[in-house]
Design a binder for this molecule. Structure first.
Ligand code: PEP
Ligand code: MN
Length: 332
């Protein structure tokens, strides 16, 4: 971290700041120029709040040279993090394919789709039980019953399950869930992130629809700082001026995040586009961008889906798509 001091700073305040930094195990390398004095802060500055330094009267500006996300950063952890779930490793050579409906609707629906995507080679079953809907009048999910139905599908097919948590109080219901999903709308629900950091299941952290890469990684850091380092990042599209698609799928996130962090990154082309006709191409593009996996909404009858039917592909379409995704991955 670099501090540029104001002209003729108060010497007593400078000494006080140096002393405080010393207590944080940070030493100051001072360079006195004609116009300005520059301090290079040496040591671990990840827990120093740059905004608090900026507020000091003697400080002109502060520049962080290292990432504020210490645990998620590639710097101190060069190896890719690999997360084992069921018979798939997320973050390694294999492509992890998560498939299933937007919402768990009925026993018949979830068992049908689970059996079908398993036959087509999916590794993990998805399905929302608690649904964050824009309108309070829309279907809110089957809630606890939805989780029971997912557990039934897991038992019947052997597929691990991933489903979204919306608040801390729901955590006891997730005992048999393999991956806990944090949705885009909760990416900065810091209390929830901290709680998920204190438990031991992998967390699928979706990117907030207006979150920068750094904000997203800081949310991963919240989970990791509490001790849970099993975080999977999921790009799901961001808000831009474009209205043709539901969101703008930012595939640049994949190679960028792979540089910045050792955590696995997967892509959700369903919420990323909002249109079933675009999902196969963008799923292939996700694999081509280097993603460790994809998450795709699949429904046995998309036209009658209780949520997100317009972006859900049918089980038949998924059966055709998955071999293409696997083939592309192997070719890479
Ligand atoms: C979902 O995956 O079910 C979902 C609600 O996605 P997002 O949080 O990305 O909108
Ligand atoms: Mn959905």
């Amino acid at each position: 971290m670099i501090l540029i001091l104001k002209k003729n700073p108060d010497m007593k305040a400078c000494e006080e700041l140096k002393e405080w930094l010393g207590k944080q195990h940070v030493t100051v390398k001072e360079t006195v120029g004609k116009e300005r004095t520059i301090w290079g802060l040496l040591g671990d500055t990840s827990e120093i709040d740059a905004d608090r330094l900026k507020a000091l009267k003697i400080v002109e500006s502060v520049k962080r040279m290292e990432e504020p996300y210490k645990k998620a950063s590639r710097h101190l952890h060069e190896e890719d993090t690999k997360i084992r779930v069921g018979d798939v490793t997320i973050g390694g050579e294999e492509l992890c394919v998560i498939a299933g409906p937007c919402s768990v609707e009925t026993k018949d629906q979830i068992l049908k789709v689970a059996e079908s995507v398993r036959r087509s080679g999916a590794n993990i079953l998805r399905g929302g039980a608690f649904k964050p809907r824009t309108s309070p009048y829309s279907f809110q999910g089957k809630q606890e019953e939805g989780i029971r139905l997912l557990e039934m599908a897991k038992e019947q097919t052997g597929l691990p399950i991933v489903t979204e948590i919306m608040e801390i109080s729901q955590l006891p219901l997730f005992e048999n869930v393999d991956i806990i999903q944090v949705g885009a709308r909760n990416m900065q629900n810091f209390a929830l992130l901290k709680e998920l950091g204190m438990q031991h299941k992998p967390v699928l952290l979706k990117r907030g629809m207006n979150a920068t890469y750094e904000e997203w990684l800081m949310s991963a850091e919240y989970i990791m700082a509490e001790g849970n380092e099993q975080v999977i990042l999921c790009e799901r599209g961001i808000r831009t001026f474009e209205t043709y698609t539901r969101n703008t799928l930012d595939l640049t996130a994949v190679p960028v995040l792979k540089k910045l962090t050792h955590l696995p990154i997967i892509v959700d082309p369903s919420h990323g586009t909002g249109r079933a006709d675009l999902v196969p191409d963008m799923a292939l593009a996700s694999v081509a961008s280097g993603a460790h996996g994809v998450m795709i909404e699949v429904h046995p009858d998309p036209e009658h889906a209780w949520s997100d039917g317009e972006q859900s592909i049918s089980t038949e379409e998924f059966a055709k798509l998955n071999p293409r995704l696997q083939g592309l991955r192997q070719w890479m």
